[in-house]
Design a protein around this ligand. Structure first.
Ligand code: PLP
Length: 360
């Protein structure tokens, strides 16, 4: 606890009735809590002026660096309420360490992991009435982000940086229950090459994925899947989710890290799947291995994972001129892994890995 956080409560918080109404049907990323966390950085002063204030718009100079050169990083995590009323985050130091790595790639300053976690948990504590009761698979989605806030159009790392945390109540990511996604394989666009910023959680990666996602929607698909830049042959990930393949003999494959985002859900699933007695391989998997494996029945389940949607089955894969149909239902291992992960997050299963961090 090294940040000295001043708290200036909102003069205009939502009423308990309004919060209850929002929590009844929160959607995703639509509503925001009463407060936000802010801390600023300059080379002279380091991180300073940490505060929690009323949630509201920022006033930015039109020359603010992030608006022009996209020097920014972000994180995504959740707070969960357990049956006894306590509130927990899931592996928050992993998010903190990842933001440190992302920020290094984007030439942003280091925010120490303890400070990151302190900021997140201070906001969760202040806005705890926004965390739905236990037993609902609802949570509070937390969005920490770091932006270049110097007003300067020259091209160099910003000399003024702002780190903020906002929070948004979240329901189940997919309305109407979990049904397998149809994916579009883009052969035109790529996500990230060697030496690029594919492993950093930064807005630019999302900006570059949107046109491909649009193409996926136009093709009647839910999400886009990217291949590697070098050979256009190996499966990378979706716009914001990592991928898993389950084989008939019970072993599981997930693409190796390097140019993909190192998902915290991905890494938790490696451990949960191994604990469930399956061999997990982190290796390259070619698009042909996927197509042929599903067609021959050698690959029995495909799923995607990430904090927002947790674990989502993948059904059909389409590409220009063809498609291969996977299962129309959630596979047994996909369902089992999803269940063991949410049980752990909601405190219904023992936390053998020490992943949960109590906030309240
Ligand atoms: C955040 C993100 C993921 C998922 O990471 P989690 O830590 O599991 O939420 C996967 N891919 C991309 C591109 C991401 O930005």
């Amino acid at each position: 606890m090294t940040l000295d956080i001043s708290i200036i409560p909102s003069a205009n918080p939502k009423s308990d009735e309004q919060v209850a109404e929002i929590l009844a049907n929160p959607g995703f990323g639509t509503y925001f809590t009463d407060h936000m966390f802010t801390v600023e950085w300059t080379p002279e002063k380091g991180w300073h002026d940490a505060r929690i204030t009323a949630y509201g718009p920022l006033t930015l100079d039109p020359a603010t660096a992030v608006l022009h050169y996209a020097q920014e990083t972000f994180e995504g995590m959740k707070a969960y309420r357990h049956d006894d009323g306590s509130v927990w985050t899931f592996r928050p130091f992993e998010n903190a360490e990842r933001m440190k790595r992302s920020s290094h790639r984007l030439a942003l300053p280091v925010l120490e992991p303890e400070d990151f976690v302190q900021a997140v948990e201070a906001l969760v504590e202040v806005d705890q009435r926004w965390i739905a009761e236990a037993g609902s698979e609802k949570s509070l989605y937390i969005r920490p982000f770091m932006i270049a806030t110097e007003a300067f159009l020259g091209v160099r790392p910003s000399q003024h940086v702002t780190f903020m945390v906002i929070a948004s109540p979240a329901g189940a990511y997919f309305k109407g229950g979990i049904k397998p996604l149809t994916l579009w394989l883009t052969e035109e666009y790529t996500r990230a090459g060697r030496g690029g910023m594919g492993a950093a959680k930064t807005g630019g990666n999302y900006a570059s994925s949107l046109v491909a996602q649009q193409e996926a929607i136009a093709q009647g698909c839910d999400q886009v899947v990217f291949l590697d830049v070098a050979e256009g042959k190996y499966v990378e990930e979706l716009g914001g989710m990592n991928m898993y393949f389950v084989y008939a003999d019970g072993h599981v494959v997930t693409p190796e890290t390097g140019t993909i985002l190192e998902g915290i859900t991905r890494s938790a699933i490696i451990e949960l799947t191994e604990k469930a007695g399956h061999k997990v391989e982190e290796r390259k998997i070619s698009i042909d291995e996927w197509r042929e494996g599903v067609a021959s029945g050698e690959i029995t389940e495909v799923f995607a994972c990430g904090t927002a949607a947790v674990v989502t089955p993948v059904g059909t894969l389409k590409w220009k001129g063809g498609e291969v149909q996977g299962s129309t239902e959630t596979g047994p291992l996909t369902a089992q892994i999803r269940q063991s992960l949410v049980d752990l997050q909601y405190g219904r299963a023992a936390d053998e890995f020490g992943w949960m961090h109590r906030v309240i």
